[in-house]
Design a protein around this ligand. Structure first.
Ligand SMILES: *Cc1c(COP(=O)(O)O)cnc(C)c1O
Length: 381
């Protein structure tokens, strides 16, 4: 890694990623596991987590962009890489050239891969995606047979897989997932009926893999769970019932910094932009060098969010600014410049979770993790 000087960083516990993948694999066996490393590995650093996931037993990786597939290959990762949407026309040849696996769901998409395969003079296995109700991308269920036949009819192409994606698998009680599974199986039968045979079927995201055993098929595509987080509280509960006591997912990311400066201000003083945080007593305030440009959302301050310094929870004092935030350290002079600040993670017996942030911000843990800015150095631990 290039040198960094700012005393703010994200620690990535790659052994936690490997252990999470191992736990998930055990849970879904004999199905295999594809580790989803799009969005720079959900903000953890795609290359480091891809390596850790492969070490933990993943047999495939998945990405959202051609660029992300290229990054993995440039790092020397040779494992199968699945692209989760049709590649842009300009990117399909690059994707095939590095031996990544294209997803297709339209005649134009299939034609694009066929042209790339012909130009490169090599066979390409594609995965056909069917929309069973998410309504984002994918072939209509009724078009699966004809698209599968189209793939089979193009010399250098083969049908490496048939897959779909769930809309509400993170709500295990919602019956819509079972309907999606039924539609997916009907689509698979339709492909077989016209003489095509997808090499594998896959449907489950983390929530499907954990909470919907019927959806595990040949492969599960897990993202968030590899990073040590359940997709929702309900799925966390389901998982707790499936694994032994003391077992479970381990969060892989901690966000830390060191106190830049400490000062004492009198009762009644107000801090930061908007001056909306007032000190009730004479208090020590710590300046922490992380801000909204690093993913510490500006409104966190208004949600009474807390960070850990010297093993104690301390409240963010007012509006988070672009590069810095202020922490109320109370009346005792127990915080010094250079002290470690934990924004996400453990310190002493205390923990601030990414889930806690998500709840404060009215979002999901995925968005908190992906939102950690690219200028925060990621350090493998
Ligand atoms: C992001 C994504 C996944 C992984 O979802 P998680 O909930 O993080 O496990 C799986 N499949 C597709 C198509 C995705 O876009």
């Amino acid at each position: 890694m290039t040198a960094f000087y700012r005393p703010s960083w994200a620690e990535i516990d790659t052994s936690a990623v490997a252990a999470n993948v191992g736990l998930l694999r055990h849970l879904v066996a004999p199905s295999r596991l594809c580790a989803v490393v799009k969005a720079d590995g959900y903000g953890h650093g795609a290359v480091a987590v891809a390596r850790a996931a492969l070490e933990g037993g993943a047999s495939m990786l998945a990405v959202g962009l051609v660029e992300e597939a290229v990054t993995l290959r440039e790092a020397g990762i040779e494992a199968p890489v699945l692209m989760l949407t049709e590649a842009p026309p300009d990117g399909i040849e690059a994707l095939c050239e590095i031996g990544a696996t294209p997803t297709v769901y339209s005649e134009q998409g299939i034609a694009g891969v066929a042209r790339a395969a012909a130009r490169l003079g090599r066979p390409v296995a594609v995965h056909l995606k069917v929309d069973t109700g998410m309504h984002r991308v994918g072939a209509d269920c009724g078009d699966v047979a004809s698209l599968a036949s189209l793939v089979a009819g193009v010399g250098p192409l083969s049908l490496g897989g048939l897959w779909t994606h769930f809309a509400v698998a993170d709500e295990p009680a919602d019956a819509f997932t079972a309907l999606q599974i039924d539609r997916f199986e009907a689509a698979a039968r339709a492909a077989l009926a016209v003489g095509t045979r997808p090499e594998m079927l896959h449907a489950a995201n983390s929530a499907g893999a954990i909470a919907h055993p019927r959806s595990r098929y040949d492969l599960v595509r897990c993202g968030i769970a590899c990073y040590g987080h359940a997709p929702s509280a309900a799925v966390a509960e389901t998982l707790a019932g499936l694994v032994g006591p003391g077992e479970g997912l381990r969060p892989a990311l901690a966000l830390k910094a060191r106190v830049h400066a400490v000062r004492r201000l009198a009762a009644g003083e107000r801090t930061s932009y908007g001056r909306n945080y007032e000190l009730a007593e004479d208090s020590f305030l710590a300046n922490v060098p992380l801000g909204y440009a690093d993913g510490l959302r500006r409104q966190l301050g208004a949600t009474a969010a807390e960070v850990l310094i010297n093993g104690r929870r301390r409240r963010i004092a007012g509006t988070v600014t672009m590069d810095q935030l202020i922490v109320d350290c109370g009346t005792a002079a127990d915080v010094q410049p250079g002290d470690e600040v934990v924004l996400i993670g453990r310190q002493g017996g205390e923990e601030v979770t990414a889930e806690e942030w998500a709840e404060r911000l009215g979002t999901i843990v995925y968005e908190v993790l992906c939102g950690i800015g690219s200028r925060v150095p990621r350090c493998a631990v």
